[in-house]
Design a protein around this ligand. Structure first.
Ligand code: ATR
Length: 267
């Protein structure tokens, strides 16, 4: 039986096992997918287990998407560019790192048929997934504003940007009206948490999309307020499903569908 894992800390909330085990069963693949909470110094050992053939594939989540990189033999182009890896696959004797978050995010936008050419993007946060969101918009966007409580982390992301489109904004400040406002902070994971930013100037603006990477809870305060203001909203559910779909295809070669049944699995 093939063995797959998602590693992170915390990991309890992860719905990846539910999803991948469903797809394994649907496709008659003899495999099991489990979750494992690890510490930073467990990474090397787990990747050695993979090299030795004891584990066939791994998803990496917060906060290890960057810290796995030194232990890998090769990175795909997107992982290299974002310095963020969420999928490990064994290729011959090597362990390769892939980034499926960028593709997942992009497909989530495609799934709601939204035009994202030449838009101004405002990204809140500079954590593990933020470089993937920046990468996704780096060619299509007009301008990408990022802000983070710890400004240096936003600055580091700007330094890696080759397009010249990224601008850092002080935490608590906002750029002029943007087309997309994306929360990549962890604020909202607990139901009563709330970002202290005033978006009154977006009142009744139906063209602006407020997007929260968080999918559990389904509607964070960030999205609740946007909805009340009359803005478009989207949570991280479709991104999560699509990044998993790409990972599954890397591991098995099988292109699975994201249908209503699969979407319901996350409820
Ligand atoms: P990591 O920073 O280890 O990559 P993450 O969960 O991927 O972890 O990212 C957490 C993000 O949420 C960061 O942008 C973090 O801001 P800091 O870099 O200043 O820590 C942001 N964040 C977490 N709690 C926050 C809070 N109470 N207010 C504002 N931003 C917060």
């Amino acid at each position: 039986m093939r063995k797959y894992l998602v590693i992170g800390n915390p990991i309890d909330h992860s719905l990846s096992p539910r999803l991948h085990n469903y797809w394994f069963k649907e496709n008659n693949i003899n495999a099991v997918y489990e979750k494992k909470q690890i510490k930073e110094n467990d990474i090397e050992g787990i990747i050695s287990e993979m090299r030795d053939g004891k584990i066939d594939g791994i998803n990496v989540t917060v906060p290890f998407k960057k810290s796995v990189i030194p232990f890998l033999d090769r990175l795909d182009g997107v992982a290299q560019n974002t310095q963020s890896v969420n999928t490990l696959c064994k290729v011959k004797e090597e362990v390769w790192g892939y980034n499926t978050d960028v593709g997942g995010f992009n497909s989530s936008l495609t799934s709601i048929d939204i035009d994202y050419m030449n838009k101004n993007i405002f990204i809140l946060g500079s954590g593990g997934v933020t470089s993937s969101i920046i990468h996704n918009f780096s060619f299509s966007a007009n301008k990408i504003y990022i802000t983070n409580r710890t400004k240096e982390k936003a600055q580091q992301l700007k330094e890696r940007d080759l397009t010249g489109k990224v601008e850092v904004i002080d935490w608590g400040q906002k750029p002029k009206l943007c087309n997309f406002v994306i929360n990549t902070t962890s604020v909202g994971l607990s139901k009563d948490e709330k970002l202290d930013l005033d978006f009154k100037d977006y009142e009744n603006n139906k063209d602006v999309l407020f997007y929260d990477i968080i999918y559990n809870p389904e509607e964070t305060n960030f999205l609740k307020e946007a909805k009340l203001r009359g803005n478009k909203t989207m949570n991280g559910k479709m991104m999560f499903l699509h990044q998993a779909q790409i990972a599954f295809q890397i591991w098995t070669g099988v292109a699975v569908k994201i249908d209503d049944e699969v979407i319901k699995l996350l409820d």
